[in-house]
Design a binder for this molecule. Sequence first.
Ligand SMILES: *[C@@H]1O[C@H](CO)[C@@H](O)[C@H](O)[C@H]1NC(C)=O
Ligand SMILES: *[C@@H]1O[C@H](CO)[C@@H](O)[C@H](O)[C@H]1NC(C)=O
Ligand SMILES: *[C@@H]1O[C@H](CO)[C@@H](O)[C@H](O)[C@H]1NC(C)=O
Ligand SMILES: *[C@@H]1O[C@H](CO)[C@@H](O)[C@H](O)[C@H]1NC(C)=O
Length: 421
Amino acid sequence: MATREIHHSSKKPVASTYSIASRIILSLLCLAFLLLCFSLFRNDAALPSLTYSVLPDNSNNCNYTNGRWIYDPTVRYSPRYDHTCKEIFKGWNCIARNKSNAIDIFKWLWKPYGCNLPEFDPLRFLESFRDTSIGFVGDSLNRNMFVSLFCSLRRVASEVKKWRPVGADRGFTFVKYNLTIAYHRTNLLARYGRWSASVNGGMLESLGYKEGYRIDVDLPEGTWEKAPSFHDILIFNTGHWWWAPSKLDPLKSPMLFFKKGVPVIPAIPPDASLDMVLEHMVSFVKEKARPDAILFFRTQSPRHFEGGDWDQGGSCSHFQPLAPQEVRHALLFVVEEFFSLKNNGTNVETRLVYEHLHEALKGSSFRILDVMHMSEFRADAHPSTAGGKGHDDCMHWCLPGLTDTWNDLFVAHLNKIRVRD
Ligand SMILES: *[C@@H]1O[C@H](CO)[C@@H](O)[C@H](O)[C@H]1NC(C)=O
Ligand SMILES: *[C@@H]1O[C@H](CO)[C@@H](O)[C@H](O)[C@H]1NC(C)=O
Ligand SMILES: *[C@@H]1O[C@H](CO)[C@@H](O)[C@H](O)[C@H]1NC(C)=O
Ligand SMILES: *[C@@H]1O[C@H](CO)[C@@H](O)[C@H](O)[C@H]1NC(C)=O
């Protein structure tokens, strides 16, 4: 650059002075570089810290949502627990059930763009969350996550007391740390039960309804009613049961919504009623939770049925996570394989619930634990034919497996909250 400018002005003596000066500078730079390299190789400890400072350390405002799954063949065993953990529901124990890729499932590591999601350290977790009580409130997918956390902690803390807070399905206290974790089962969050027409008639009877499910949108289910006043940290979820046509059949057993004890007429579709339930549950929790409670709502866990729904012979025989182009996001791309409404409505609720949650939780004190996108890739991580049911299980997750990463995310969020406080 300098040489060319000088040629243009054709002042040769100056040019040679310049080139001598630039050669000296260049030599000094080379020497400095060599010295730097030398010091790096001599002092091993300097290497990681240099690498660290070259990458921006933005882990504090990292967006864990966006990333990719990287296969790490050096992972030999599940890092935190194995298939002998007694709490693993047998249909999720893919190693014991010989699912062919059961060991590969946990060799895939989630790498957010621009930062790392660290694997949480169970011992450090127990130590820093002494005298704490953590409640998982939701459907079996939250139980799946609860089991992963239990097994991880059980590995490093053997003295465990079975103990259930009011309404909980299962619960344990890690005695040495006085840390309790519990699972409160609830499918819709709202209270629900069988309904059948009364001989005395009524609004629904006059519309021709004979039987169905009564869902009280403004009442929490008894299983978790007391949970907000009990736990210090809560993780909620709901979703699959709002679009479970063969469980809550829209014709034979329709969902009949009630508010203030009377039927909501005209009947509303599940997504409108989900909004009503979320609104009521958010304010219920706000009223009942402890003042310093930490509240999470986990986003929807995707299903991966192909060729039909769970009761129509749908399957998920994948041995690797899906490629990015197979899980394109609705907002950015037109083509969607798995989660498209066009795919016979098989896995539709995933993104529907996501949208509803975001709307409902805006401005509330809930933090969103966003597992949806990372999980959308993991068509390989379901029990599939190893689920031991009459059909393939493309909804729950093998353990050890994906929900271990959800817990990494959960703990990363908790640690951030702690740092800020
Ligand atoms: C993280 O990324 C997702 C997807 O791009 C986006 O929807 C979300 O708002 C981001 N979260 C934050 C806290 O920026
Ligand atoms: C898994 O394989 C082992 C060893 O071959 C066998 O003993 C066990 O019965 C198998 N389990 C199932 C559920 O097939
Ligand atoms: C154990 O932890 C609970 C919170 O989960 C707390 O209320 C209780 O006081 C703790 N017990 C002791 C002995 O510190
Ligand atoms: C959807 O259902 C139709 C009719 O049952 C079937 O022919 C078609 O293959 C299905 N499509 C997908 C993507 O599963």
